[in-house]
Design a protein around this ligand. Structure first.
Ligand code: BGC
Length: 778
């Protein structure tokens, strides 16, 4: 079933013969412009009139056909799909990514179906399309909204150039449990930051004109709370207080709605016992009534069918009824709407309006995409199909390299081990040191591994023949045969070296002994941080840990380059490495970007957007927690406080953390006023200074804390940040306006409230090491 997901890899080898459709180079975008601008909605009156007119002409079968979104990969573009389209039995397609394959389907719809209603074509464009950018967690770590916007704009242009109309992204699920593999796709644990990133991505996809041939519709996911599954196990139950939902988990979806997102994918999980897919409260009360969402709702893959397994539907008929009545417009890859909606209507179990409402949303989305005006607006004419979909000229390498290096986070750097000198001998070892597949990360199926730059290649290009690089595999990603089988279940992504583990370690140790410094590229295979890839152990896998221990024993300076899609537990690595660089899965240009940082051609500036725990037993661990009645105080440890007795409280690396090759200092925080009345202006100022010897960028972060409220409030919440570039010795005073809205929260009655009282302002270069000031709201 999931094989089609990798369609891009399978079709990538195909070569076609017609002139190239060029993709315009994307100019860097201005963050403020993207935050304040969005695609103007189509004239609602004209659109409604058009949709109603069309609806009146449709038969019941044609209406039901519009509600079906089916997966068509290169392996199942069968004549019966074309026949179904021509008969009006399909509304939209996903997983076809080549214009040549898309065109005959669109032709069948607009030339052969009775009402000529165009299809739309969707795909999981998560972090780039042909050009792969860093995974979501990496993009977020850049804290650079222009970089995020540029990556999304390019992704939209490349996807649209392949004939796609919609992306199943951004993924704005708040993720606080690193055991969940899909934390890699989102932007981390923070509500405020995720909301902003989600908005930037939506606007960059949809552009200033959603009907434009290089704009695509955002299909925001996964509504709602998919990131909060119990135990970090994918698809698991979510049970959460309404207050926490409203305060922490729902705002990013709402922010995406406010940014004009056209589509919303509904999550697979249940929420307090009711699956999202059949959840009227979620889909109607929250999404439609409270938030005013006018777009398209899409079930996740097979989710309507899964209502039976959730145990809320006796059979397929009941599942279809629950989903349509809850408000699922488009059913992704399951047949239940096709089979049951007509009999349900005939028997009076659902109303005509249940179906019509959903059909209206599908038609309106097609209208908004400009498809009724020109069904080929993104496809272009066949004569312009790219002769080679994977042509080098279609990639945006320069932007990919720049964005990738902004996403890297320097976790440790003792005695200035980094940057490396471009001289001498370097051992480059580890199972990921030359991997082109892993560096792209998961959900990168339209990318081509052969076109991506491994760490080794990046380093070779950076040093030419000035440095001798000795390489060794050193270990397999994992020695566990069951995990190897799991990782290679669909495609042989992980190449297993058959040599005995010790022989590989010995080879790496020999390389290390002959070198001045060791660079060990270790972590996770991309398939370990994906859908359906939860882990109970978030350590570097044992085979690689043994390699690191052996390398450490050589006494050579050890630089660990991590490739992974979740916070790992790095206690041993932190204690033993001389330097450590978190590179996530950095995309097509990952190796070049990593080499830029390793050799100091770029000064790292990324900061974590998810807390790194000391060990998995601390999970969930996030910075914006409540204080409890018995907070642990490391300065005066007390047994009867909220703690584990076998490990000190707190993270290994806090939210917002990341080093630079230079150093920064912060002055005290000053406030424009110590006491304000409601809506009075208030500004926090702080001076940041580059005290080191290199130019560099850092992210100054502002957090607020409401000291006593009608409900407990978090110890800190991010409310602002500024990324600044400073020359050595340069200082800059930054102003952070604090708005009335920043002081608000969702009360126990689920209403937004601002309560008078004392507030603390925390400003820091991470969430832990902060300067404080206090004010009173009278
Ligand atoms: C995933 C979605 C994805 C969909 C289509 C599902 O299994 O949960 O995130 O968009 O498949 O590929």
């Amino acid at each position: 079933m999931k094989l089609v997901r990798f369609a891009g890899l399978l079709i990538s080898a195909a070569a076609f013969v017609s002139p190239t459709l060029s993709v315009a180079a994307a100019a860097p975008l201005n963050y403020d412009a993207w935050m304040n601008r969005q695609a103007p909605a189509a004239d609602p009156q004209a659109r409604d009139a058009f949709v109603e007119n069309l609806l009146r002409q449709m038969t019941l079968d044609e209406k039901i056909g519009q509600l079906r979104l089916i997966s068509v990969g290169p392996d199942n573009l069968r004549p019966d799909v074309i026949k179904d389209i021509a008969a009006g039995r399909i509304g939209a397609i996903f997983n076809t990514v080549v214009a040549r394959d898309i065109r005959p389907m669109q032709q069948a719809a607009v030339d052969n179906s009775r009402l000529k209603i165009p299809l739309f074509f969707a795909y999981d464009v998560l972090h780039g399309h042909r050009t792969v950018f860093p995974i979501g967690l990496g993009l977020a770590a850049s804290w650079d909204m222009e970089a995020v916007a540029t990556s999304a704009r390019i992704a939209a242009q490349e996807a649209a150039a392949d004939g796609l109309d919609m992306s199943f992204s951004p993924m704005v699920d708040i993720t606080r449990d690193p055991r969940w593999g899909r934390v890699s796709e989102g932007y981390g644990e923070d509500t405020w930051l995720t909301s902003r990133i989600g908005q930037v991505v939506v606007r960059a996809y949809q552009g200033t004109d959603l009907t434009a041939p290089d704009s695509i519709m955002a299909g925001v996911k996964h509504f709602a709370l998919y990131g909060a599954g119990e135990g970090g196990r994918d698809y698991n139950t979510v049970d959460m207080s309404p207050q926490r939902m409203a305060q922490d988990y729902l705002p990013p979806y709402k922010a995406a709605v406010d940014a004009g997102a056209g589509g919303m994918m509904i999550s697979l999980n249940s929420i307090n016992g009711i699956p999202a897919t059949s959840n009227k409260w979620l889909l109607q009360d929250v999404l439609r009534k409270q938030w005013g969402f006018k777009g398209l709702t899409i079930s996740d893959h097979g989710a309507i069918h899964e209502l039976m397994r959730h145990g809320v539907a006796r059979d397929g008929r009941e599942a279809a009824k629950l989903a349509i009545q809850a408000g699922i417009d488009l059913s992704m890859n399951d047949r239940l709407y096709a089979e049951h909606l007509a009999p349900l209507l005939r028997d009076g179990d659902i109303a005509q309006e249940d179906i019509d409402r959903a059909v209206r949303d599908v038609l309106a989305a097609k209208y908004d995409l400009g498809l009724f005006a020109d069904p080929y607006r993104r496809l272009g004419p066949a004569s312009e199909d790219p002769p080679d979909v994977n042509a080098e000229s279609r990639l945006h390498r320069e932007a990919a390299r720049d964005i990738a290096r902004r996403s890297l986070v320097l976790l440790k750097n003792d005695k200035q081990t980094l940057p490396l000198q471009k001289q001498g001998t370097i051992a480059v070892v580890g199972p990921l040191h030359d991997s082109q597949r892993d560096v792209m990360g998961s959900w990168s199926a339209a990318g081509v591994a052969k076109q991506s730059v491994s760490v080794l290649t990046g380093m070779q290009r950076a040093v030419g023949d000035r440095v001798r690089l000795i390489t060794a595999h050193g270990a397999n990603v994992t020695d566990d045969p069951a995990i190897q089988r799991y990782l290679n279940e669909y495609l042989p992504d992980v190449v297993v070296d058959p040599r005995p583990a010790q022989a590989m370690i010995d080879e790496a140790v020999q390389a290390a002994q002959a070198a001045d410094v060791v660079v060990a590229v270790v972590g996770e295979a991309q398939g370990m941080a994906h859908e359906a890839s939860s882990r109970t152990d978030i350590d570097v896998p044992p085979s690689q840990k043994r390699l690191l221990e052996a390398l450490k024993a050589t006494g050579k300076p050890l630089v660990i380059v991590l490739m992974n899609g979740r916070p790992l537990s790095l206690t041993w690595e932190d204690a033993n490495a001389d330097a450590m660089l978190e590179t996530w899965f950095a995309g097509t240009e990952g190796g070049n970007a990593i080499a830029d940082v390793l050799f100091g051609d770029y000064n790292p500036s990324g900061k974590l957007t998810m807390t790194f725990p000391k060990n998995v037993g601390q999970v969930p661990l996030y910075y914006q927690h409540l204080n409890t009645g018995r907070p642990f105080n490391p300065a005066a440890p007390n047994k009867y406080t909220s703690r584990y007795f076998d490990i000190e409280n707190g993270p290994l690396y806090p939210f917002g953390y990341g080093l630079s090759y230079t150093q920064f200092s912060l002055s005290d925080v000053s406030l424009s006023s110590k006491a304000i009345k409601a809506r009075d202006p208030l500004t926090a100022s702080i001076t940041v200074r580059n005290t080191g010897k290199r130019a560099g960028e850092t992210v100054v972060q502002l957090y607020l804390q409401d000291l006593a409220g009608s409900i407990s409030r978090p110890v800190k919440e991010l409310k602002g940040f500024q990324k600044v570039m400073l020359q050595p010795g340069e200082r800059r005073t930054l102003q952070f306006p604090i708005t009335y809205d920043d002081l608000s929260f969702i009360g126990n009655d689920l209403k937004r409230v601002v309560e008078p009282g004392d507030f603390k302002v925390h400003v820091g270069l991470d969430s832990q090491d902060v300067k404080e000031a206090q004010f009173t709201l009278q």
